[in-house]
Design a protein around this ligand. Structure first.
Ligand SMILES: *Cc1c(COP(=O)(O)O)cnc(C)c1O
Length: 420
């Protein structure tokens, strides 16, 4: 396939090649990113991109669905199996669209939703005001405790009782701790709300049994497919049987047109990969690596939001280091360490230049890195932080990182062959 690209569009081929080389020559710590397998890559680059399939298996609006029906059915069955859900919709184009569909399946525009505030680790689509979800719904937001950086479930319950939301959203984009989905479900029941759980980040840990699943406690569970789950970019909804029809109608025709069948094909492949002992071992190692990295960062004098991590993600509070998150993220990028600057709960700095740095271990774990490398990476981060204005030190770290990357190559099938 790449040979054809090289032949027909050498300009884009060269850029794709360069991006492949970049991804293999740096330590990627953005917690929402990963490396997909060759099988997932091939499926998402397949002829299924040519096919329109509006509707659902057995009820399509276009002919020629002999194969697409089979593929989507397999994807749905695999999703139901590994998440132990009654129903799965594998059509959402992304996590954001999946969330919007989940809300529209259950409530009307103007109704009240309650999610975690973005600066506290929530997602835009949990009702943050610049998002459509914060405009078409009456959005109330909860936060994490100022002292612990963790959820204070009593506070969330009080807020829910006061505001009477129709939906309570659990799930986060920058929360390093285990989430008690059962309590969220109880709170929702107590106030007569639906519980929508968004496990975009942790769905890989959930299917591996390392993080408790929200499926028994939520009306609808939303996820992306490309984070710890290690599939193609996409979204997915899981729900109880009673909501199946509403969920399907909200996705199509409610929000979307034709599903991306090439993505659904690749999701099916990723779901089979996630249903293996190897994937469980992978998910366990993600958490071990994050814990090792967090411990070493603490030893180096970094403060961590909530004091550490239970999952794949670490949020550094840089205030005691007097380095803005953006400045450190850019220096680390020059040192071949990819992170993202992020707000910390109750951040005194503006969101465009926040006080935090967000890290995660899903991608380095796919490369086979273990605790020893995770600790070494923490030391690299410390070195860059202590020399944030010293380009020659940063250059030296970049060389050390490159050496480490060469010792842990992206599994062969991930690499785009070099142009000879
Ligand atoms: C990443 C993420 C999303 C959005 O996913 P996209 O595929 O980028 O639209 C939604 N919710 C949470 C909690 C996320 O972390």
């Amino acid at each position: 396939m790449l040979t054809a690209l090289e032949q027909y569009d050498p300009q884009i081929y060269e850029l794709v090649r360069q991006e492949g080389a970049r991804q293999s020559a740096c330590v990627r710590l953005i917690p929402s990113e990963n490396y997909v397998s060759r099988a997932v890559m091939l499926a998402s680059g397949s002829c299924l991109t040519n096919k329109y399939a509006e509707g659902y298996p057995g009820k399509r609006y276009y002919e020629g669905q002999q194969i697409t029906d089979l593929i989507e059915t397999v994807a749905r069955q695999r999703a139901k199996k590994i998440f132990k859900a009654d129903h799965a919709n594998v059509q959402p184009y992304s996590g954001s669209v999946a969330n919007l569909a989940a809300y529209l399946a259950l409530i009307k525009p103007g109704d009240t939703i309650m999610g975690l505030a973005l600066p506290h680790g929530g997602h835009l689509t949990h009702g943050w005001k610049v998002s459509l979800t914060g405009k078409i719904f009456n959005s109330m937001q909860y936060g994490v405790s100022a002292e612990t950086g963790r959820f204070d479930y009593d506070q969330i319950r009080d807020l829910a009782k006061k505001n009477k939301p129709k939906i309570i959203i659990s799930g986060c984009t920058a929360y390093p701790r285990e989430i008690n989905f059962e309590i969220f479900g109880d709170i929702a029941k107590e106030v007569g709300a639906y519980h929508v759980s968004d496990i975009a980040h942790i769905s890989g840990l959930v299917v591996a049994g390392i993080h408790k699943s929200p499926v028994p406690y939520a009306d609808i569970v939303s996820t992306t497919t490309h984070k710890t789950l290690r599939g193609p970019r996409g979204g997915m909804l899981l729900c109880k049987a009673e909501h199946a029809d509403k969920v399907d109608k909200a996705v199509f025709p409610g929000i979307q047109g034709g599903p991306h069948m090439h993505t659904i094909t690749a999701i099916a492949v990723a779901l089979a990969e996630a249903d293996t002992p190897e994937f469980v071992a992978y998910a366990k190692q993600i958490v071990k690596n994050a814990k090792a990295m967090a411990e070493k960062l603490l030893e180096c004098g970094f403060n961590l939001a909530s004091g550490g991590t239970d999952n794949h993600l670490i949020l550094i509070d840089l205030r005691n280091k007097n380095i803005p998150g953006k400045k450190l993220a850019k220096a680390l990028d020059r040192a071949r360490i990819e992170t993202n600057y992020n707000t910390i709960p109750n951040d005194p700095a503006p969101p465009a230049n926040p006080s935090g740095l967000r890290l995660g271990t899903p991608a380095i774990t796919t490369r086979g890195m273990k605790e020893e490398q995770a600790r070494q990476i923490a030391e690299f981060i410390n070195k860059v932080a202590e020399n944030v204005d010293n380009e020659s030190v940063i250059e030296q770290v970049a060389k050390d990182v490159l050496l480490m990357c060469s010792q842990f190559p992206v599994p062969e099938h991930f690499i785009i062959p070099n142009k000879k």
